[in-house]
Design a protein around this ligand. Sequence first.
Ligand code: VG1
Ligand code: CO
Length: 545
Amino acid sequence: MQVISVPSAPFAGQKPGTSGLRKKVTVFRQERYLENFVQSIFDTLSGQQGQTLVLGGDGRYYNDVAIQTILRMAAAAGFGRVLVGRDGILSTPAASAVIRKWRAFGGIILSASHNAGGPDGDFGIKYNLGNGGPANEAFTDAVYRRTLEISAYNSIDAPDIDLSRLGELRVGDMIVNIIDPVADYAELLESLFDFERIAALLARPDFRMRFDAMHAVTGPYARAILEDRLGAPAGTVVNGTPLPDFGGGHPDPNPVYAAELVAALADGSSGLSFGAASDGDGDRNMIVGRGFVVSPSDSLAVLAANHALIPAYAGGLAGVARSMPTSCAVDRVAAALGIPCYETPTGWKYFGSLLDAGKATLCGEESAGTGSDHVREKDGLWAVLYWLNILAVRDLPADVIVREHWQRFGRNVYSRHDYEGIDTAKGDHLMNELRSRLPQLPGAEFAGLHIVSADDFAYTDPVDGSRSECQGIRILLDEGSRVVFRLSGTGTEGATLRVYLERYVADPDRHEVPTQEALAPLIGLAEAVAQIAAITGRSEPDVIS
Ligand code: VG1
Ligand code: CO
Protein backbone atom coordinates (compact mmCIF):
# COMPACT_ATOMS: atom_id res chain seq x y z
CA MET A 1 0.00 0.00 0.00
CA GLN A 2 1.56 3.23 -1.10
CA VAL A 3 0.74 6.39 0.80
CA ILE A 4 0.35 9.42 -1.44
CA SER A 5 1.04 12.88 -0.05
CA VAL A 6 -1.11 15.50 -1.76
CA PRO A 7 0.07 19.10 -1.40
CA SER A 8 -2.47 21.38 0.24
CA ALA A 9 -2.74 24.78 1.91
CA PRO A 10 -4.79 25.95 4.90
CA PHE A 11 -8.39 27.13 4.75
CA ALA A 12 -9.43 29.82 7.20
CA GLY A 13 -12.19 29.10 9.68
CA GLN A 14 -11.89 25.34 10.24
CA LYS A 15 -12.58 25.89 13.90
CA PRO A 16 -14.81 23.28 15.56
CA GLY A 17 -17.81 24.81 17.36
CA THR A 18 -20.13 23.43 20.03
CA SER A 19 -20.13 20.05 18.29
CA GLY A 20 -17.53 19.62 15.55
CA LEU A 21 -16.95 21.55 12.35
CA ARG A 22 -20.19 22.58 10.64
CA LYS A 23 -20.30 24.37 7.31
CA LYS A 24 -22.41 24.58 4.19
CA VAL A 25 -22.11 21.58 1.87
CA THR A 26 -20.83 24.03 -0.74
CA VAL A 27 -17.93 24.89 1.59
CA PHE A 28 -17.13 21.23 2.32
CA ARG A 29 -17.19 20.43 -1.39
CA GLN A 30 -14.26 22.71 -2.13
CA GLU A 31 -11.27 20.68 -3.19
CA ARG A 32 -9.10 19.63 -0.21
CA TYR A 33 -11.46 21.18 2.39
CA LEU A 34 -12.65 17.94 3.99
CA GLU A 35 -9.24 16.34 3.49
CA ASN A 36 -7.46 19.18 5.31
CA PHE A 37 -9.70 18.85 8.34
CA VAL A 38 -9.51 15.06 8.49
CA GLN A 39 -5.72 15.17 8.13
CA SER A 40 -5.58 17.73 10.94
CA ILE A 41 -7.51 15.31 13.16
CA PHE A 42 -5.18 12.45 12.25
CA ASP A 43 -2.10 14.65 12.80
CA THR A 44 -3.38 15.50 16.28
CA LEU A 45 -3.75 11.83 17.22
CA SER A 46 -0.90 9.62 18.24
CA GLY A 47 -0.79 5.87 18.50
CA GLN A 48 -3.51 5.06 15.97
CA GLN A 49 -1.32 2.64 14.00
CA GLY A 50 -3.07 -0.69 13.70
CA GLN A 51 -6.02 0.54 15.77
CA THR A 52 -9.76 0.60 15.04
CA LEU A 53 -11.71 3.65 13.92
CA VAL A 54 -15.51 3.89 13.89
CA LEU A 55 -17.03 5.80 10.98
CA GLY A 56 -20.57 6.78 10.09
CA GLY A 57 -22.99 9.63 9.78
CA ASP A 58 -26.59 10.73 9.73
CA GLY A 59 -26.99 10.01 6.02
CA ARG A 60 -27.23 13.61 4.96
CA TYR A 61 -26.16 14.81 1.55
CA TYR A 62 -22.39 14.34 1.00
CA ASN A 63 -22.15 11.62 3.68
CA ASP A 64 -21.46 8.98 1.00
CA VAL A 65 -18.70 10.95 -0.72
CA ALA A 66 -17.01 11.99 2.53
CA ILE A 67 -16.97 8.42 3.87
CA GLN A 68 -15.05 7.05 0.88
CA THR A 69 -12.48 9.87 1.16
CA ILE A 70 -12.05 9.30 4.89
CA LEU A 71 -11.62 5.53 4.41
CA ARG A 72 -8.68 6.11 2.07
CA MET A 73 -7.17 8.67 4.44
CA ALA A 74 -7.64 6.38 7.46
CA ALA A 75 -5.73 3.65 5.62
CA ALA A 76 -2.96 6.15 4.86
CA ALA A 77 -2.91 7.22 8.52
CA GLY A 78 -2.20 3.64 9.54
CA PHE A 79 -5.51 2.56 11.09
CA GLY A 80 -5.74 -1.23 11.04
CA ARG A 81 -9.51 -1.45 10.86
CA VAL A 82 -12.55 0.73 10.35
CA LEU A 83 -16.04 -0.19 11.53
CA VAL A 84 -18.46 1.60 9.26
CA GLY A 85 -22.25 1.49 9.45
CA ARG A 86 -24.03 -0.05 6.46
CA ASP A 87 -24.70 2.65 3.84
CA GLY A 88 -22.48 4.90 5.92
CA ILE A 89 -25.19 5.25 8.56
CA LEU A 90 -24.57 5.57 12.30
CA SER A 91 -26.58 7.78 14.60
CA THR A 92 -24.45 9.80 17.02
CA PRO A 93 -25.39 7.72 20.11
CA ALA A 94 -24.99 4.49 18.13
CA ALA A 95 -21.49 5.55 17.05
CA SER A 96 -20.68 6.19 20.70
CA ALA A 97 -22.02 2.75 21.65
CA VAL A 98 -20.00 1.05 18.89
CA ILE A 99 -16.77 2.83 19.89
CA ARG A 100 -17.22 1.69 23.48
CA LYS A 101 -18.34 -1.86 22.78
CA TRP A 102 -15.50 -2.63 20.36
CA ARG A 103 -12.92 -0.60 22.31
CA ALA A 104 -12.10 1.44 19.25
CA PHE A 105 -9.39 4.07 19.25
CA GLY A 106 -11.94 6.72 18.27
CA GLY A 107 -14.59 7.60 15.76
CA ILE A 108 -15.51 10.11 13.10
CA ILE A 109 -19.16 11.15 12.95
CA LEU A 110 -20.46 12.95 9.90
CA SER A 111 -23.38 15.12 10.87
CA ALA A 112 -24.64 18.65 11.21
CA SER A 113 -27.30 17.32 13.56
CA HIS A 114 -30.45 19.45 13.58
CA ASN A 115 -29.27 21.71 10.74
CA ALA A 116 -30.99 21.34 7.35
CA GLY A 117 -29.32 19.13 4.72
CA GLY A 118 -29.13 18.82 0.94
CA PRO A 119 -26.79 20.37 -1.64
CA ASP A 120 -27.46 23.83 -0.20
CA GLY A 121 -27.76 22.65 3.39
CA ASP A 122 -25.17 21.91 6.04
CA PHE A 123 -22.58 19.23 6.58
CA GLY A 124 -20.45 18.49 9.62
CA ILE A 125 -17.69 16.34 10.99
CA LYS A 126 -16.66 15.53 14.51
CA TYR A 127 -14.06 13.35 16.21
CA ASN A 128 -14.91 11.18 19.22
CA LEU A 129 -12.33 9.71 21.56
CA GLY A 130 -11.96 6.13 22.76
CA ASN A 131 -14.45 6.75 25.59
CA GLY A 132 -17.08 7.25 22.87
CA GLY A 133 -17.52 10.95 23.59
CA PRO A 134 -16.79 14.13 21.67
CA ALA A 135 -13.17 15.21 21.85
CA ASN A 136 -12.54 17.82 24.51
CA GLU A 137 -11.64 21.44 23.86
CA ALA A 138 -7.90 20.84 24.20
CA PHE A 139 -8.13 18.37 21.32
CA THR A 140 -10.38 20.47 19.09
CA ASP A 141 -8.17 23.52 19.67
CA ALA A 142 -5.15 21.48 18.62
CA VAL A 143 -6.97 20.32 15.48
CA TYR A 144 -7.81 23.92 14.64
CA ARG A 145 -4.19 25.02 15.08
CA ARG A 146 -3.15 22.19 12.78
CA THR A 147 -5.60 23.31 10.06
CA LEU A 148 -3.80 26.66 10.00
CA GLU A 149 -0.45 25.16 9.14
CA ILE A 150 -1.30 22.12 7.05
CA SER A 151 0.70 21.72 3.84
CA ALA A 152 -0.32 18.23 2.64
CA TYR A 153 -2.74 15.42 3.31
CA ASN A 154 -2.18 11.69 2.98
CA SER A 155 -4.30 9.22 1.09
CA ILE A 156 -3.95 6.05 -0.93
CA ASP A 157 -4.95 5.11 -4.42
CA ALA A 158 -7.96 2.84 -3.92
CA PRO A 159 -11.45 2.67 -5.45
CA ASP A 160 -14.68 3.43 -3.59
CA ILE A 161 -16.09 0.38 -1.82
CA ASP A 162 -19.67 -0.90 -1.72
CA LEU A 163 -21.08 -0.02 1.71
CA SER A 164 -24.53 -1.47 1.10
CA ARG A 165 -23.74 -5.03 2.23
CA LEU A 166 -22.55 -6.27 5.61
CA GLY A 167 -19.15 -7.89 5.55
CA GLU A 168 -15.42 -7.41 5.50
CA LEU A 169 -13.54 -5.59 2.74
CA ARG A 170 -10.15 -3.95 2.40
CA VAL A 171 -9.05 -0.45 1.54
CA GLY A 172 -5.33 -0.71 0.96
CA ASP A 173 -3.93 -2.71 3.89
CA MET A 174 -6.77 -1.64 6.17
CA ILE A 175 -9.72 -3.90 6.98
CA VAL A 176 -13.18 -2.38 6.68
CA ASN A 177 -16.04 -4.06 8.53
CA ILE A 178 -19.44 -2.95 7.31
CA ILE A 179 -21.63 -3.38 10.36
CA ASP A 180 -25.34 -3.30 11.11
CA PRO A 181 -25.77 0.28 12.38
CA VAL A 182 -28.59 -0.69 14.76
CA ALA A 183 -27.60 -4.02 16.38
CA ASP A 184 -25.03 -2.99 19.03
CA TYR A 185 -27.06 0.04 20.00
CA ALA A 186 -30.38 -1.81 20.29
CA GLU A 187 -28.73 -4.48 22.42
CA LEU A 188 -27.36 -1.81 24.75
CA LEU A 189 -30.73 -0.09 25.16
CA GLU A 190 -32.42 -3.41 25.81
CA SER A 191 -30.00 -3.98 28.70
CA LEU A 192 -31.07 -0.72 30.39
CA PHE A 193 -34.86 -0.75 30.32
CA ASP A 194 -37.72 -3.08 31.16
CA PHE A 195 -38.59 -4.09 27.60
CA GLU A 196 -41.29 -6.51 28.72
CA ARG A 197 -43.18 -3.83 30.55
CA ILE A 198 -42.76 -1.33 27.73
CA ALA A 199 -44.00 -3.95 25.25
CA ALA A 200 -47.06 -4.52 27.43
CA LEU A 201 -47.78 -0.78 27.44
CA LEU A 202 -47.40 -0.54 23.67
CA ALA A 203 -49.80 -3.48 23.27
CA ARG A 204 -52.57 -1.78 25.22
CA PRO A 205 -55.49 -0.67 23.03
CA ASP A 206 -55.81 2.57 25.00
CA PHE A 207 -52.18 3.54 24.45
CA ARG A 208 -51.00 4.74 21.07
CA MET A 209 -47.72 6.42 20.37
CA ARG A 210 -46.16 8.12 17.38
CA PHE A 211 -42.44 8.54 16.83
CA ASP A 212 -41.47 11.14 14.24
CA ALA A 213 -38.00 10.44 12.83
CA MET A 214 -38.18 13.65 10.78
CA HIS A 215 -36.76 11.85 7.67
CA ALA A 216 -33.48 11.61 9.56
CA VAL A 217 -31.25 8.91 10.98
CA THR A 218 -33.44 7.53 13.77
CA GLY A 219 -35.98 5.94 11.38
CA PRO A 220 -34.24 2.55 11.13
CA TYR A 221 -33.35 2.59 14.84
CA ALA A 222 -36.87 3.44 15.96
CA ARG A 223 -38.44 0.84 13.66
CA ALA A 224 -36.08 -1.87 14.88
CA ILE A 225 -36.56 -1.04 18.55
CA LEU A 226 -40.14 0.22 18.86
CA GLU A 227 -41.86 -1.79 16.14
CA ASP A 228 -39.74 -4.95 15.75
CA ARG A 229 -38.46 -5.57 19.29
CA LEU A 230 -41.19 -3.92 21.35
CA GLY A 231 -44.09 -4.79 19.07
CA ALA A 232 -45.54 -1.32 18.54
CA PRO A 233 -47.92 -1.40 15.57
CA ALA A 234 -46.42 -0.80 12.13
CA GLY A 235 -46.74 2.88 11.34
CA THR A 236 -45.84 3.97 14.88
CA VAL A 237 -42.66 5.41 13.36
CA VAL A 238 -43.43 8.13 10.83
CA ASN A 239 -41.04 9.86 8.42
CA GLY A 240 -38.84 6.84 9.08
CA THR A 241 -36.68 6.67 5.97
CA PRO A 242 -33.51 8.77 6.22
CA LEU A 243 -33.34 11.17 3.27
CA PRO A 244 -30.21 13.10 2.26
CA ASP A 245 -32.15 16.38 2.50
CA PHE A 246 -34.50 15.31 5.35
CA GLY A 247 -37.41 15.87 2.98
CA GLY A 248 -36.50 19.54 2.78
CA GLY A 249 -37.28 20.02 6.48
CA HIS A 250 -35.35 21.04 9.51
CA PRO A 251 -34.70 17.87 11.55
CA ASP A 252 -34.91 19.71 14.84
CA PRO A 253 -37.47 18.29 17.26
CA ASN A 254 -38.99 21.43 18.73
CA PRO A 255 -42.55 22.79 18.65
CA VAL A 256 -41.76 24.85 15.54
CA TYR A 257 -40.09 22.23 13.32
CA ALA A 258 -42.04 19.25 14.67
CA ALA A 259 -45.33 21.17 14.62
CA GLU A 260 -47.21 18.29 12.94
CA LEU A 261 -46.47 15.92 15.80
CA VAL A 262 -47.47 18.51 18.38
CA ALA A 263 -50.71 19.18 16.48
CA ALA A 264 -51.51 15.45 16.25
CA LEU A 265 -51.12 15.06 20.01
CA ALA A 266 -53.30 18.10 20.60
CA ASP A 267 -56.05 16.64 18.38
CA GLY A 268 -58.22 14.35 20.49
CA SER A 269 -59.51 12.53 17.41
CA SER A 270 -56.00 11.28 16.54
CA GLY A 271 -56.27 8.71 19.32
CA LEU A 272 -52.62 9.33 20.22
CA SER A 273 -51.51 9.30 23.84
CA PHE A 274 -47.77 9.81 23.53
CA GLY A 275 -45.48 11.37 20.93
CA ALA A 276 -41.75 11.64 20.48
CA ALA A 277 -39.29 12.86 17.88
CA SER A 278 -35.57 12.96 17.33
CA ASP A 279 -33.17 15.10 15.33
CA GLY A 280 -30.90 14.66 12.31
CA ASP A 281 -28.29 12.48 14.02
CA GLY A 282 -30.51 10.90 16.68
CA ASP A 283 -29.11 12.47 19.82
CA ARG A 284 -31.96 14.86 20.64
CA ASN A 285 -35.48 14.02 21.77
CA MET A 286 -38.82 15.69 22.06
CA ILE A 287 -41.45 14.25 24.38
CA VAL A 288 -45.09 15.16 23.80
CA GLY A 289 -48.10 14.22 25.87
CA ARG A 290 -51.73 14.85 24.97
CA GLY A 291 -51.83 18.56 24.21
CA PHE A 292 -48.65 18.98 26.21
CA VAL A 293 -45.03 19.44 25.12
CA VAL A 294 -42.57 18.46 27.84
CA SER A 295 -39.90 21.09 28.21
CA PRO A 296 -36.48 19.41 27.83
CA SER A 297 -35.30 20.87 31.13
CA ASP A 298 -38.35 19.43 32.87
CA SER A 299 -37.76 16.13 31.12
CA LEU A 300 -34.27 15.85 32.63
CA ALA A 301 -35.68 16.55 36.08
CA VAL A 302 -38.49 14.00 35.65
CA LEU A 303 -36.04 11.32 34.46
CA ALA A 304 -33.85 11.96 37.50
CA ALA A 305 -36.77 11.94 39.92
CA ASN A 306 -38.05 8.61 38.52
CA HIS A 307 -34.72 6.81 38.20
CA ALA A 308 -35.69 4.14 40.73
CA LEU A 309 -38.26 2.77 38.23
CA ILE A 310 -35.62 2.02 35.59
CA PRO A 311 -33.62 -1.21 35.86
CA ALA A 312 -30.30 0.40 34.88
CA TYR A 313 -30.60 3.24 37.39
CA ALA A 314 -32.56 1.65 40.22
CA GLY A 315 -29.35 1.32 42.23
CA GLY A 316 -29.14 5.11 42.48
CA LEU A 317 -27.59 8.04 40.62
CA ALA A 318 -24.02 9.13 41.37
CA GLY A 319 -24.92 12.66 40.38
CA VAL A 320 -26.55 14.68 37.63
CA ALA A 321 -25.19 17.32 35.30
CA ARG A 322 -26.78 20.01 33.17
CA SER A 323 -25.48 22.68 30.85
CA MET A 324 -25.52 26.16 32.34
CA PRO A 325 -28.49 27.51 30.34
CA THR A 326 -30.60 24.43 31.16
CA SER A 327 -33.21 25.20 33.81
CA CYS A 328 -32.47 24.48 37.44
CA ALA A 329 -35.37 22.00 37.73
CA VAL A 330 -32.95 19.07 37.99
CA ASP A 331 -30.99 20.87 40.74
CA ARG A 332 -34.05 20.57 42.96
CA VAL A 333 -34.30 16.85 42.31
CA ALA A 334 -30.59 16.41 43.03
CA ALA A 335 -30.99 18.31 46.30
CA ALA A 336 -33.90 16.07 47.31
CA LEU A 337 -31.90 12.96 46.42
CA GLY A 338 -28.83 14.29 48.22
CA ILE A 339 -26.60 13.90 45.15
CA PRO A 340 -24.35 16.44 43.41
CA CYS A 341 -25.54 18.50 40.46
CA TYR A 342 -22.87 19.80 38.08
CA GLU A 343 -23.27 22.86 35.87
CA THR A 344 -21.21 22.76 32.68
CA PRO A 345 -20.88 24.89 29.54
CA THR A 346 -23.12 24.12 26.56
CA GLY A 347 -22.12 21.05 24.52
CA TRP A 348 -21.93 17.37 25.35
CA LYS A 349 -18.13 17.33 25.35
CA TYR A 350 -18.13 18.83 28.85
CA PHE A 351 -20.06 15.89 30.33
CA GLY A 352 -17.51 13.29 29.27
CA SER A 353 -15.06 13.69 32.11
CA LEU A 354 -17.87 13.67 34.73
CA LEU A 355 -19.31 10.47 33.23
CA ASP A 356 -15.89 8.81 32.94
CA ALA A 357 -15.07 9.68 36.53
CA GLY A 358 -18.37 8.27 37.76
CA LYS A 359 -19.45 11.65 39.13
CA ALA A 360 -22.64 11.91 37.07
CA THR A 361 -25.07 9.27 35.86
CA LEU A 362 -27.62 11.45 34.01
CA CYS A 363 -26.85 14.57 31.97
CA GLY A 364 -29.00 16.94 30.00
CA GLU A 365 -29.31 20.13 28.04
CA GLU A 366 -32.24 22.47 27.45
CA SER A 367 -31.77 21.88 23.71
CA ALA A 368 -33.62 18.55 23.88
CA GLY A 369 -30.64 16.44 24.82
CA THR A 370 -30.57 13.91 27.62
CA GLY A 371 -28.35 10.93 28.21
CA SER A 372 -26.57 8.79 30.74
CA ASP A 373 -23.36 6.93 31.37
CA HIS A 374 -24.42 4.14 28.94
CA VAL A 375 -22.72 6.13 26.14
CA ARG A 376 -20.87 9.44 25.96
CA GLU A 377 -23.36 11.31 23.77
CA LYS A 378 -26.87 12.49 24.33
CA ASP A 379 -29.30 9.87 23.14
CA GLY A 380 -32.72 10.51 21.64
CA LEU A 381 -34.20 7.01 21.64
CA TRP A 382 -32.76 6.32 25.08
CA ALA A 383 -34.81 9.24 26.41
CA VAL A 384 -37.94 7.98 24.64
CA LEU A 385 -37.51 4.50 26.14
CA TYR A 386 -36.86 6.00 29.57
CA TRP A 387 -40.15 7.88 29.31
CA LEU A 388 -41.99 4.78 28.07
CA ASN A 389 -40.56 2.81 30.99
CA ILE A 390 -41.84 5.46 33.43
CA LEU A 391 -45.27 5.53 31.78
CA ALA A 392 -45.44 1.73 31.83
CA VAL A 393 -44.71 1.54 35.55
CA ARG A 394 -46.67 4.56 36.74
CA ASP A 395 -49.64 4.09 34.42
CA LEU A 396 -50.20 7.84 34.12
CA PRO A 397 -50.16 10.12 31.06
CA ALA A 398 -46.98 12.13 30.45
CA ASP A 399 -48.60 15.48 31.26
CA VAL A 400 -49.85 14.21 34.62
CA ILE A 401 -46.37 12.97 35.48
CA VAL A 402 -44.92 16.42 34.76
CA ARG A 403 -47.70 18.22 36.64
CA GLU A 404 -47.20 16.00 39.67
CA HIS A 405 -43.49 16.74 39.44
CA TRP A 406 -44.24 20.46 39.58
CA GLN A 407 -46.49 19.92 42.58
CA ARG A 408 -43.66 18.32 44.43
CA PHE A 409 -40.69 20.42 43.34
CA GLY A 410 -42.25 23.64 42.05
CA ARG A 411 -42.10 24.65 38.40
CA ASN A 412 -39.08 26.17 36.68
CA VAL A 413 -40.97 27.96 33.92
CA TYR A 414 -38.57 28.04 31.01
CA SER A 415 -38.21 29.13 27.41
CA ARG A 416 -35.49 29.80 24.84
CA HIS A 417 -35.78 32.55 22.26
CA ASP A 418 -33.58 32.23 19.17
CA TYR A 419 -32.75 35.07 16.82
CA GLU A 420 -31.34 33.23 13.83
CA GLY A 421 -29.04 34.40 11.07
CA ILE A 422 -28.32 37.84 12.45
CA ASP A 423 -25.31 39.73 11.19
CA THR A 424 -22.18 38.30 12.87
CA ALA A 425 -20.77 41.71 13.72
CA LYS A 426 -24.07 42.72 15.34
CA GLY A 427 -24.16 39.52 17.37
CA ASP A 428 -20.63 40.11 18.62
CA HIS A 429 -21.40 43.74 19.33
CA LEU A 430 -24.45 42.81 21.41
CA MET A 431 -22.46 40.34 23.50
CA ASN A 432 -19.54 42.76 23.95
CA GLU A 433 -21.87 45.53 25.06
CA LEU A 434 -23.49 43.20 27.57
CA ARG A 435 -20.12 42.06 28.84
CA SER A 436 -18.99 45.64 29.35
CA ARG A 437 -22.13 46.41 31.34
CA LEU A 438 -21.75 43.44 33.68
CA PRO A 439 -20.18 45.38 36.57
CA GLN A 440 -23.13 47.82 36.66
CA LEU A 441 -25.87 45.19 36.63
CA PRO A 442 -25.87 43.73 40.16
CA GLY A 443 -28.31 45.68 42.28
CA ALA A 444 -30.13 47.20 39.29
CA GLU A 445 -33.95 47.01 39.05
CA PHE A 446 -35.96 46.47 35.87
CA ALA A 447 -39.73 46.73 36.15
CA GLY A 448 -39.76 45.27 39.62
CA LEU A 449 -37.10 42.62 38.94
CA HIS A 450 -33.99 42.82 41.06
CA ILE A 451 -30.63 41.71 39.63
CA VAL A 452 -28.65 39.81 42.23
CA SER A 453 -25.56 39.03 40.18
CA ALA A 454 -24.33 38.97 36.60
CA ASP A 455 -21.30 37.28 35.07
CA ASP A 456 -19.75 35.65 32.04
CA PHE A 457 -19.92 31.94 32.83
CA ALA A 458 -16.56 30.19 33.17
CA TYR A 459 -16.09 26.53 34.03
CA THR A 460 -13.32 24.57 35.63
CA ASP A 461 -13.62 20.86 34.98
CA PRO A 462 -13.64 19.21 38.43
CA VAL A 463 -11.85 16.14 37.07
CA ASP A 464 -9.04 17.44 34.87
CA GLY A 465 -8.93 21.07 35.99
CA SER A 466 -9.26 22.45 32.44
CA ARG A 467 -10.83 25.89 32.20
CA SER A 468 -13.36 27.23 29.68
CA GLU A 469 -14.12 30.96 29.63
CA CYS A 470 -16.83 33.10 28.02
CA GLN A 471 -19.54 30.42 28.02
CA GLY A 472 -22.55 32.71 28.20
CA ILE A 473 -23.69 35.79 30.09
CA ARG A 474 -25.95 35.08 33.00
CA ILE A 475 -28.10 37.49 34.88
CA LEU A 476 -29.39 36.06 38.12
CA LEU A 477 -32.49 37.56 39.70
CA ASP A 478 -34.39 37.10 42.91
CA GLU A 479 -36.13 33.80 43.64
CA GLY A 480 -34.20 31.68 41.16
CA SER A 481 -35.10 33.60 38.01
CA ARG A 482 -32.43 33.91 35.32
CA VAL A 483 -31.77 35.35 31.90
CA VAL A 484 -28.86 33.91 29.92
CA PHE A 485 -27.40 35.13 26.62
CA ARG A 486 -25.18 33.09 24.27
CA LEU A 487 -24.23 32.98 20.65
CA SER A 488 -24.77 29.60 19.02
CA GLY A 489 -21.72 27.55 18.08
CA THR A 490 -23.46 25.25 15.59
CA GLY A 491 -24.90 27.62 12.97
CA THR A 492 -23.41 28.11 9.53
CA GLU A 493 -24.94 31.42 8.52
CA GLY A 494 -24.35 34.65 10.42
CA ALA A 495 -24.89 34.47 14.16
CA THR A 496 -27.72 33.02 16.21
CA LEU A 497 -28.46 34.73 19.50
CA ARG A 498 -30.00 32.49 22.12
CA VAL A 499 -31.81 34.07 25.05
CA TYR A 500 -32.69 31.63 27.82
CA LEU A 501 -35.42 32.65 30.27
CA GLU A 502 -36.27 30.97 33.55
CA ARG A 503 -38.53 31.74 36.45
CA TYR A 504 -39.25 29.59 39.45
CA VAL A 505 -42.90 29.28 40.46
CA ALA A 506 -43.55 27.42 43.69
CA ASP A 507 -47.28 28.14 44.00
CA PRO A 508 -49.27 25.27 42.36
CA ASP A 509 -52.13 27.66 41.57
CA ARG A 510 -49.82 29.46 39.16
CA HIS A 511 -48.31 26.43 37.41
CA GLU A 512 -50.76 26.55 34.51
CA VAL A 513 -50.06 30.16 33.53
CA PRO A 514 -48.91 30.06 29.86
CA THR A 515 -45.11 30.01 29.67
CA GLN A 516 -44.58 33.18 27.63
CA GLU A 517 -47.00 35.06 29.86
CA ALA A 518 -45.22 33.93 33.01
CA LEU A 519 -41.90 34.97 31.50
CA ALA A 520 -43.07 38.33 30.11
CA PRO A 521 -41.23 40.44 32.72
CA LEU A 522 -38.00 38.56 32.03
CA ILE A 523 -38.46 38.99 28.28
CA GLY A 524 -38.76 42.72 28.93
CA LEU A 525 -35.64 42.68 31.07
CA ALA A 526 -33.67 40.82 28.39
CA GLU A 527 -34.62 43.43 25.82
CA ALA A 528 -33.83 46.34 28.14
CA VAL A 529 -30.45 44.97 29.20
CA ALA A 530 -29.25 43.64 25.83
CA GLN A 531 -30.92 46.12 23.43
CA ILE A 532 -31.77 43.24 21.11
CA ALA A 533 -34.10 45.19 18.83
CA ALA A 534 -31.87 48.25 18.64
CA ILE A 535 -28.72 46.28 17.87
CA THR A 536 -30.03 43.44 15.68
CA GLY A 537 -33.05 45.13 14.15
CA ARG A 538 -35.20 42.15 15.20
CA SER A 539 -38.29 42.70 17.29
CA GLU A 540 -39.31 39.02 17.57
CA PRO A 541 -37.36 35.77 17.92
CA ASP A 542 -37.46 33.33 14.98
CA VAL A 543 -37.90 30.25 17.13
CA ILE A 544 -39.42 29.99 20.59
CA SER A 545 -38.91 26.67 22.29
C1 VG1 B 1 -26.69 23.58 20.23
C2 VG1 B 1 -27.34 23.38 21.58
C3 VG1 B 1 -26.43 22.59 22.49
C4 VG1 B 1 -26.06 21.27 21.82
C5 VG1 B 1 -25.47 21.53 20.45
C6 VG1 B 1 -25.19 20.27 19.68
O1 VG1 B 1 -25.50 24.31 20.38
O2 VG1 B 1 -27.67 24.62 22.15
O3 VG1 B 1 -27.07 22.39 23.71
O4 VG1 B 1 -25.12 20.57 22.58
O5 VG1 B 1 -26.38 22.31 19.68
O6 VG1 B 1 -26.34 19.50 19.56
P1 VG1 B 1 -25.41 25.89 20.08
O7 VG1 B 1 -23.97 26.23 20.23
O8 VG1 B 1 -25.94 26.09 18.69
O9 VG1 B 1 -26.29 26.54 21.09
V1 VG1 B 1 -26.60 18.63 18.17
O10 VG1 B 1 -27.96 17.66 18.42
O11 VG1 B 1 -26.64 19.88 17.06
O12 VG1 B 1 -25.24 17.71 18.00
CO1 CO C 1 -28.04 16.18 17.17
